[in-house]
Design a protein around this ligand. Structure first.
Ligand SMILES: [Zn+2]
Length: 176
């Protein structure tokens, strides 16, 4: 069954009155998995992505939502929330390299297959977007590694994100 997918980029750029700055993508980049670290809303992908947007833009005062993709819990629906050719705010000091996918919730207990499929769908969207916009020069995107945030963080910026459940998602996707 296809994973539900919504492109919220234009809506969020309009709400924020702009966006993060553009960046180039290279083979040095990485796909980085995050989680909320708190219980899921379970109100659908749009509400959950909007909650993250408000937290980043209003509460934190950031330029917009810090991630590129949001995957909702427990249905695995995907929202494309920030253009992959922008350097957003999800890995301190490495935002120029990170393509951030955030999974809603605290990822406690079993991870639904739908959520893993949602993350796989987001990665597929990254691949398609980069190749569509860069042509043959974008082929490197298929070789980009996927890390949990805590694996990719710079020294001094340690984090438990994306938690043991999030790391199980990363491991599941690394082997295929
Ligand atoms: Zn994180």
């Amino acid at each position: 069954m296809p994973v539900p997918f919504v492109d919220m980029r234009a809506e969020l750029v309009a709400l924020a009155g702009g966006d993060f700055v553009r960046r180039e993508l290279t083979s040095e980049c990485a796909i980085v998995l995050h989680y909320w670290g708190c219980p899921p809303l379970e109100q659908g992908v749009h509400e959950a992505a909007m909650a993250t947007f408000h937290h980043h833009f209003v509460t934190n005062g950031w330029r917009s939502i810090g991630y590129h993709y949001h995957v909702s819990w427990p249905d695995g629906a995907v929202a494309y929330v920030g253009d992959v050719f922008t350097a957003r705010a999800n890995v301190s000091g490495l935002n120029h390299l990170a393509i951030g996918i955030c999974v809603e919730g605290d990822l406690k207990g079993d991870i639904p297959d739908a959520v893993i499929e949602g993350v796989r769908c987001a990665i597929g969207s990254i691949h398609a977007e980069v190749v569509r916009r860069m042509g043959d020069k974008g082929q490197f995107v298929y070789g980009l590694p996927i890390y949990g945030h805590k694996e990719f963080a710079l020294p001094g910026h340690g984090t438990v994100c994306p938690g043991p459940g999030g790391m199980r998602i990363v491991e599941a996707l690394r082997v295929c």
